[in-house]
Design a protein around this ligand. Structure first.
Ligand code: HEM
Length: 156
């Protein structure tokens, strides 16, 4: 019994030490990330993307509820902010085409915002079947928006 206790206290005493050693052995993280700095639009889209993943998952798992409307509101608010920004691809267009490119981008974003507002109301009303269809339609607007306005090498 005494030996067991002794072994136990020895084990407890060594845990933190070995923990520390494991940490010391970790390779240092690179000081500068390899990625290029994000544009403001990428940051805004990134926030939309996080909330969208959860909405899509809820739709796939048949778990759309009134609470999902809050996530949709997050996507909508960021889409509204995105409307005031300019896709990086625009700078690669001839100067004469840029105003139309921006107007088309804003128009597509407005379609998205309208669809998201309808989805929010539908979720709050508890109409899950319609909400599931609307989630798919939001996905289609995202895909065509990315096809037309995002730099090709950024498509993931
Ligand atoms: C629910 C809808 C949408 C979601 C969840 C979404 C999500 C995203 C994500 C995750 C990125 C990558 C961000 C990064 O590189 O860090 C992105 C980029 C981008 N998205 Fe969206 N997006 C949506 C709709 C749209 C629509 C409708 C348009 C166009 C009207 C659009 C235009 C763009 C553009 C242009 C970029 C590249 C950013 C830049 O040029 O600086 N997105 N989006």
């Amino acid at each position: 019994m005494k030996i067991r206790l002794l072994l136990l206290s020895l084990a407890v005493a060594f845990v933190p030490v070995s923990g520390l050693r494991a940490q010391d052995a970790k390779p240092a993280a690179p000081a500068v990330p390899a990625e290029k700095p994000e544009t403001e639009l990428e940051q805004t889209m990134g926030k939309m993307g996080k909330a969208w993943k959860q909405v899509r998952r809820a739709a796939r798992d048949g778990k759309l509820t009134a609470a999902t409307a809050d996530l949709v509101a997050t996507i909508r608010t960021n889409a509204e902010a995105a409307t005031k920004l300019t896709p990086a691809l625009e700078a690669e267009k001839p100067a004469a085409d840029q105003a139309k490119f921006q107007a088309d981008y804003v128009a597509q974003m407005k379609k998205l915002i309208e669809k998201l507002s309808t989805l929010e109301a539908t979720l709050k009303a508890g109409d899950t079947a319609t909400a599931t269809k609307l989630v798919a339609e939001v996905g289609d607007l995202m895909k065509s928006g990315h096809k037309d306005f995002r730099k090709p090498e950024e498509h993931k």
